[in-house]
Design a protein around this ligand. Sequence first.
Ligand code: NCD
Ligand code: ZN
Ligand code: ZN
Length: 430
Amino acid sequence: MTTLIKNAQIWQDDRLQTNDILIADGRIKAIGQQLHDQFGPADHVICADQHFVSPGLVDVHVHLRDPGQTEKETIATGTLAAAHGGFTTVGAMPNVDPVPDTPERVATMVQRNQQEAHVHVAQYASITTGRTSEQLVDFAGVKAAGAFAVSNDGSGVQTAGTMFAAMQGAAQAGLPLAAHVEDDSLYQHGVMNAGPVAERLGLPGINNVSEAAQVARDVMLAEASGVHYHVCHVSTAESLRVIRAAKQAGINVTCEVSPHHLLLSDTDITMDNPMLKMNPPLRSPQDRAALIAGLLDGTIDIIATDHAPHTDAEKTGSMKTAAFGITGIETAFATMYTAFVKTRLLTLGRLIELMSTRPAELFGLKDAGKLVVGAPADLTIIDLDHEYKIDATSMLSKGHNSPFIGWPVYGNVLMTLVDGQMAYGKEQQA
Ligand SMILES: NC(=O)N[C@@H](CC(=O)O)C(=O)O
Ligand SMILES: [Zn+2]
Ligand SMILES: [Zn+2]
C-alpha cells in the first residue's frame, strides 16, 4: 500500500519548500519532486495543496484518565483529541487508577494503548507505588514492561532520600525521571498564584517557593545520581534560574513549559474562574516573561501541554472547590504558532523542534519527531494561514475545560497520519 502526499510544504534548510512525500507500508519511502517518475503511480494520493506538512507533534505530558476516571477522558477520546491537535505521539501520565506501578500493570497499559489509541502512546510508570508512597517501583521491571519514563505527576516526591534512591534506580535502568515539583510542607492549600491578585480576589495562594525549592533540591540529587532529570510544567522565574545554572554546570536536567504558562498570567484572572485553575498555577507577569525568555534562549527544552480534562461539573463554581487542570492538546499548536511564529519570536522550524523533534529525542522515542526517509509516516498537514476562533464544539476530548475557547488563532490541523494511516482528517469528519 502506497500513499503520495503531493504539494507539501516541508521545513528544509531554514525555510518552507515544496515537496512530495511517498509513503509505503506506513513509512516514508521518498521525499522530493516528481516521485511519480521514479516510483510509478501510488495507490492513494493526498493533495496537501501547498499546506505545511510537519513531523507529527510529540507531547510528553498528557492525562488520559483511563482507567479510573473515564468520565473525563479515555485512551480513545484523548488520543483522538491528540490527533485533532496534530500530535502523533503522547506520553500518558500515570495518575490513573490503578496506577501503573508494577511491570504487570505497565504491560496492561501498553497493551491497551496499542489496541485503543488513535496515536502512539508512550507510557509513564510511576516513581513510587500508588504514586504518593515512599516505596520505589521496580525500575528495571517497568522499563522491561514498556515504560519510557517515570513520573509521580500530580504530586511531588516529598523526601530527598526517596527522590535520591529513585533517581539512582531510574538512572541504572536508563529511564528519564519527569518530576512534578511541589513541596507539600510549603503548600498552603492555595488555588491560584500567591500575590496581589489572589489577595484582591480573596483566594488562597500557592507560593513560587513550593516549586522552586524542590527543583533546587532535585538538581543536586540529579547531579549526584546521574539521572536524566526532567522538570514538568516549569512555572516560576526562580525554578528557571536554578535550571539554567544546573545546565551550565553540566547536570543532565531538562524542562518543559505548558502553553498556558507562556500565554497567561495571574493578572488574567479577573474574577473567581475555575477555567483558570491549574497546578502549577498561572504565575505573575514577571514569571511569565521569564518563561518566554527561557523559551527563546533555549533554557526551556520543549513545550508540553499537561492536557488535563475534567467534567464540566468539576470546573464550575468557585476556584476554591474546582479541580486543578485544563485541556490543551487540541489548542497547543495554534496558540503557540499564533503567539510565537506569527509574531516572529520563533521560526516555524524552531517551534517544530520544541513540539516534535526535541521531545522525541529527550525521551528516547526513536521513531517519533522525524520527517525523513525510513521513518514512520507520522505526519500532520496544517493550514497555517487559516484564521479561526477556538471552538468548544469542535473538540474531540471529553473535556471542554479550556481557557482558550473563543481565542482567534492561526494554524488549523487538516489531517494527521499515524504510520501512514489517517488518525484525524477533515474527510473523516464530513
Ligand atoms: N496540572 C493539573 O492541574 N492537573 C493535573 C495534574 C498535574 O499535572 O499535576 C491533573 O491530573 O489534572
Ligand atoms: Zn503536574
Ligand atoms: Zn500533569
